[in-house]
Design a protein around this ligand. Structure first.
Ligand SMILES: NC(=O)c1ccc[n+]([C@@H]2O[C@H](COP(=O)([O-])OP(=O)(O)OC[C@H]3O[C@@H](n4cnc5c(N)ncnc54)[C@H](OP(=O)(O)O)[C@@H]3O)[C@@H](O)[C@H]2O)c1
Length: 286
């Protein structure tokens, strides 16, 4: 009797494996005993190799991957072996550096879903660097609405993690750049609602590094680096009402890129807001 049950299970598993070869999933659920196989035979069908698909690999999409912060993120991510794509209105043709050849550059406008809906196929995480200045209405649109659109599309497509490069509070400057900050905060709220577990918001102050402007390279570190050294130890000053935010330390673009990348790919990276001091701390970890 025990032999009979064993044979029945064996035949069921073998037929399941055969089914998986025809594109169906491997199943170990018992099927009725197959009377066509004599119960006293130990002969088993020839062993077949089951082709299990490899585990899904990280596929990162950087929104604004051709910009100042975005390009540093792309370069860093490629260096870690990720498959990296970028979406922006101008594509990636402006970057003449070797790493840019390993990128998948998409040209599209975040406000026209038709121009980029296919870009989300297979993407596991997104880092959005879309933002900018202009009139209050333009700033709200670029920093807020554009990112809200992206966050909604990503969550509907099942993208697991979403990192948004927001900005630190600048006290008095918030009144001058109202559309910028209101847009940033609106996008942050959307991210926290749609991605309570996989959403990370980075809030850097001034970001320094080498910024390309056309064919020129601006070494912003000349100002940013010494300021960072001094101000990272002056956290209490940054908490003084209204003027305090002026003492927010600048951060290196490489530090922002590293932390954004870790937040996008490490499933246990805590969701929520990471302020400047958090960015500095995480970037110093290995
Ligand atoms: N730089 C800083 O010091 C600093 C400080 C704090 C926070 N941040 C924030 O960090 C983020 C990145 O800053 P950044 O200095 O790297 O800015 P950036 O160089 O101007 O990059 C912005 C990117 O967004 C893309 N973009 C803009 N509108 C788009 C649209 N409608 N559709 C698709 N792509 C669009 C741009 O490419 P195209 O023009 O080709 O579309 C560009 O690649 C921004 O959100 C910014 O507010 C920056």
């Amino acid at each position: 009797m025990s032999r009979l049950i064993h044979r029945s299970k064996l035949s069921s598993i073998v037929s399941s494996i055969a089914a998986s070869r025809k594109g169906r999933f491997l199943s170990t659920v018992d099927k009725p005993f197959d009377k066509s196989i004599p119960p006293d035979t130990d002969k088993v069908d020839e062993a077949e190799t089951v082709h299990v698909p490899p585990p899904p690999t990280e596929k990162l999409l950087v929104l604004g991957g051709n910009g100042f912060v975005g390009s540093h993120i792309c370069k860093e991510a490629l260096g870690r072996g990720l498959t990296v794509s970028s979406l922006s209105r101008s594509g990636g043709s402006s970057i003449a550096e070797p790493w840019a050849n390993s990128m998948i550059w998409h040209q599209g406008n975040i406000f026209s879903m038709d121009s980029w809906k296919d870009v989300l196929n297979g993407v596991t995480s997104i880092i959005s660097c879309i933002g900018g200045f202009g009139s209050n209405a333009e700033m709200y649109k670029t920093n807020g609405t554009a990112n809200i659109n992206a966050i909604r599309a990503a969550s509907e497509e099942g993208v697991k993690r979403f990192v948004y490069i927001s900005a630190a509070d600048f006290g008095l400057a918030n009144y001058v750049l109202q559309g910028y900050y209101e847009g940033k905060r609106a996008a942050e709220t959307e991210l926290q609602v749609r991605y309570p577990y996989g959403g990370v918001i980075l809030r850097p102050g001034f970001i320094y590094g080498t910024r390309r402007v056309g064919s020129m390279r601006l070494p912003l570190g000349v100002i940013g680096s010494p300021l960072e050294m001094v101000l990272q130890h002056a956290k209490p000053l940054s908490q003084v009402p209204l003027v305090g935010p002026l003492f927010t330390p600048p951060v290196n673009v490489t530090a922002v890129a590293k932390v954004a990348l870790r937040a996008a790919t490490d499933p246990v990276f805590p969701p929520g807001v990471v302020d400047v001091y958090g960015i500095l701390r995480y970037s110093q970890q290995r």
